[in-house]
Design a protein around this ligand. Structure first.
Ligand code: ADP
Ligand code: ZN
Length: 221
């Protein structure tokens, strides 16, 4: 099973991926999380990625594709995997097809999350994340605050705002999404793998409803 999560920043990709990961017992691989881990560990990859991430720009394709290609050689992806945040450009999508073809695998579904723009910005600036890299619980100061301010309910570690979750950087990330990532949906539409679906509080359709529909879709496929 190969599942791709596509959508704008804070569209809910990570949350839906987590539910699908439990349902199918396959790892959810977040390119952003791998970059952030490398940044916190001060690796060469982290230093390179940080230059772009702090601006809210995309990390160059060659760096990103190499990182994902190497992650896909690990044992835990043998039965399946979910990619959250990759591919984000048409070039990356083409490279992924090549990597999967070499392994005789193909994409089962590309879940494309559609969320109204105003909800995205609001969710980004109110998002908070646990700093413990083995927890990474996501909070929201309005919708899902921590019980004790600044402290993770799950593990007790500090909870902070991501560097790129400020209004200015968020606006840039949304712009980058429209110009560079939205065409990826068109790319997958042509392959027949695209499953577009709304995730929005305005219609009361959040991560659980979306994940359940994806599970049903995959079962009936
Ligand atoms: P979000 O979905 O909220 O934007 P991510 O954690 O997926 O958060 O990504 C954070 C940042 O990491 C991006 O703004 C970008 O700089 C970098 N990044 C993540 N995935 C990719 C990718 N596939 N290609 C290029 N840059 C990426
Ligand atoms: Zn935590």
């Amino acid at each position: 099973m190969v599942i791709i999560m596509l959508g704008a920043p804070a569209s809910g990709k990570g949350s839906v991926a987590e539910i699908l990961s439990k349902e199918f017992n396959i790892p959810a691989i977040s390119s952003g999380d791998i970059f952030r881990k490398n940044i916190s560990e001060g690796t060469e990859l982290g230093k390179k990625a940080n230059e772009y991430m702090t601006k809210g720009s995309l990390v160059p394709d060659d760096i990103t594709v190499n990182m994902i290609a190497s992650r896909l050689t690990e044992d835990d992806v043998k039965t399946g995997l979910i990619l959250d945040g990759f591919p984000r450009t048409v070039k990356q999508a083409e490279e992924l097809d090549r990597i999967l073809a070499e392994k005789n695998r193909k994409i089962d579904v590309v879940v494309n999350l559609e969320t109204p723009e105003e909800e995205l910005l609001e969710r980004i600036v109110t998002r908070r994340v646990c700093t413990n890299s083995s927890c990474k619980e996501v909070y929201n100061v309005v919708m899902k605050p921590t019980k004790v301010e600044g402290v993770c309910d799950k593990c007790g570690s500090p909870v902070t705002q991501r560097d790129d979750d400020t209004l200015e950087k968020a606006k840039n990330r949304l712009e980058v999404y429209h110009t560079q990532t939205a065409p990826v949906a068109e790319y997958y539409k042509a392959t027949g793998a695209l499953y577009s679906t709304v995730l929005s509080k305005s219609v009361n359709r959040m991560k659980n409803e979306v994940a359940n529909d994806v599970i049903e879709y995959l079962k009936n496929k």
